[in-house]
Design a protein around this ligand. Structure first.
Ligand code: ATP
Length: 500
């Protein structure tokens, strides 16, 4: 919009001037005034005050200097260690020269969102006493060809000039979402991104043309497989550091860090919260601490209690409670759907259900809370199949009771499809060990349908066999709207005592 306004102005002003001259107005004072304003704007721009397109520059300046240390990052012990080792290239530059080692120019941090990649880059700047300049891949994407490339040039120029101004020997340039500009270049067509990427490669190749500042580019992505190989070749981003979701120890550490400025009651057991927050990223854990503090404040309490943290976990996992009122028929369908998940979960993993609830949260109308799981990094075929059966339990239950499904199963199907894909990639299906590109879509579809159909039948038959548990739990859930894990297991025990 500002660009459009500028263009309209540029067209309008000459026409206005010609008109004024035509009707006999003296335009000389106008010219003098315009020249004065122009000069003032130019001086302001030189001083870095007002500048067209300087938004990014100012944003970047705000991002430094970096004060964050590695101690303020929870978990990620391996990633931090690897990063520190890589940063020694910058610190021990004399030794590097002596041994003729090729200097390190780029480090790629990969991992899911919110795991602390930006924090790592900031801590790296602190550790190496560097200038920290940050930008995000999306900032380089412009409609106009050449603008992105110009911004990359400015970024490196900015790092150099700030290092000189602040008398620093090193500069770290952090580029978040590198996949936006560094995606694979396919086909002959030139895109704007290509120029931006080429400029980045050129800048990286020229990093060591001057001795100072020594520049290190740290890039982050959660889609490494999308990156162009030119970016990953030796001499560019050739150090790859995986920043994973934290394990339980890491989660406790992160929770402790974010609890530092909050009044915790002595009943709080952060170890237990970390156990419940299985699969959470650092950003989600930060959010748990924050939401717990908000609940505490709303209740006019002095200290954050364990229940505030549990409520916060629910909120971060499933969204805020909503006051959507559904009619009885809809409620019953939701109850049947959720019990389908819960019964399957309890059948394949006894003791795993913590709660079944009918209260709407986020987009869901009901939910099943599971007890914390053990950390696990390898999954067997049987485990993955059970996981699919738990996901299909909702749709299977609706089919049994109503003879058909509803739209409420779309997320469950998405989850099941993802698991099937993992199984295929890991050689756990009848397709054998495959590269997904070697197999036709029809073959993949056929195998996918076969697996899901077979598991759906197994799920339905298990649910049918446990119909009395289903019926009794349904009555309680519809009346109470909540069914605790203990109440639920009680139904299982009672059912086992019934004559077969
Ligand atoms: P994205 O991929 O979305 O850019 P990211 O991996 O760069 O995410 P950060 O921006 O570093 O994630 O983290 C976001 C916030 O989450 C941080 O400001 C911090 O509050 C919290 N956080 C994430 N990881 C950690 C961690 N390991 N220790 C402490 N806090 C963390």
């Amino acid at each position: 919009m500002p660009k459009l306004a500028k263009e309209i102005m540029l067209g309008f002003i000459p026409v206005l001037l010609v008109f004024l001259v035509f009707v006999g107005v003296n335009v000389v004072p106008l010219f003098i005034a315009a020249a004065l304003v122009g000069t003032l704007l130019f001086i302001a721009k030189m001083k870095g005050g007002i500048a067209v397109g300087a938004g990014n520059e100012r944003k970047r300046k705000k991002s430094g200097p970096a004060k964050l240390t590695f101690e303020e990052i929870g978990g990620q012990d391996n990633a931090k260690q690897e990063l520190r080792e890589a940063l020694d290239f910058l610190i021990r530059h004399e030794d590097i020269k002596k041994f003729g080692i090729r200097p390190l120019k780029g480090i790629l941090l990969t991992g899911p969102p919110g795991t602390g990649k930006t924090l790592m880059a900031k801590a790296a700047a602190h550790y190496t006493d560097s200038i920290f300049v940050a930008a995000s891949g999306s900032e380089f994407v412009e409609m106009y060809v050449g603008v992105g490339a110009g911004r990359v040039r400015d970024l490196f120029k900015d790092a150099r000039s700030r290092a000189a101004k602040e008398n620093k020997q090193n500069a770290i340039i952090f580029i978040d979402e590198i996949d936006v500009i560094g995606g694979k270049r396919e086909g002959g067509q030139q895109r704007e991104y290509d120029q931006t990427l080429n400029q980045l490669l050129t800048e990286m190749d020229g990093i060591y043309s001057q001795d100072t500042p020594r520049i290190l580019v740290i890039a982050a992505t959660n889609r490494k497989e999308m990156l162009d190989s030119a970016l990953l070749r030796p001499g560019r981003f050739d150090r790859h550091i995986q920043v994973d979701l934290p394990d339980k120890k890491g989660r406790t550490h992160i929770l402790n860090l974010h609890a530092g400025n909050k009044p915790l009651h002595e009943d709080v057991d952060l170890d237990k919260i970390a156990e419940e927050a299985y699969g959470f990223s650092g950003a989600q854990l930060e959010s748990v601490m924050n939401e717990a503090a908000i609940y505490t404040m709303r209740e006019n309490e002095q200290f954050i209690h364990q229940r505030h943290l549990s409520m916060a976990i629910d909120k971060v996992m499933m969204g805020e409670r909503s006051d959507r009122e559904s009619n009885f028929e809809e409620k019953k369908r939701v109850a049947i759907h959720e019990l389908g998940h819960a019964i399957m979960a309890e059948l394949v993993r006894p003791g795993s259900v913590k709660q079944v609830a009918l209260s709407p949260r986020g987009k869901a109308l009901g939910y099943v809370r599971h007890n914390p799981q053990q950390e696990q990094y390898l999954y067997t075929k049987a485990f993955l199949e059970e996981q699919i059966m738990i996901a299909l339990g909702g749709a299977a239950a609706e089919e049994i009771y109503y003879g058909g499904r509803s739209t409420g199963s779309s997320n469950d199907f998405e989850q099941s499809l993802n698991i099937v894909e993992t199984m295929m990639k890991s050689g756990l299906t009848a397709l054998g060990i495959i590269n997904m590109n070697m197999v036709t879509t029809e073959e993949l579809m056929k195998e996918n349908n076969m697996i899901l159909e077979e598991l759906m039948n197994r799920t339905k038959s298990l649910l049918e066999q446990n119909r009395p548990i289903f019926d009794n739990s349904l009555d309680i859930l519809l009346k109470e709207e909540i069914l605790s894990g203990e109440q639920f297991r009680c139904q299982f025990r009672e059912n086992a005592l019934l004559p077969a």
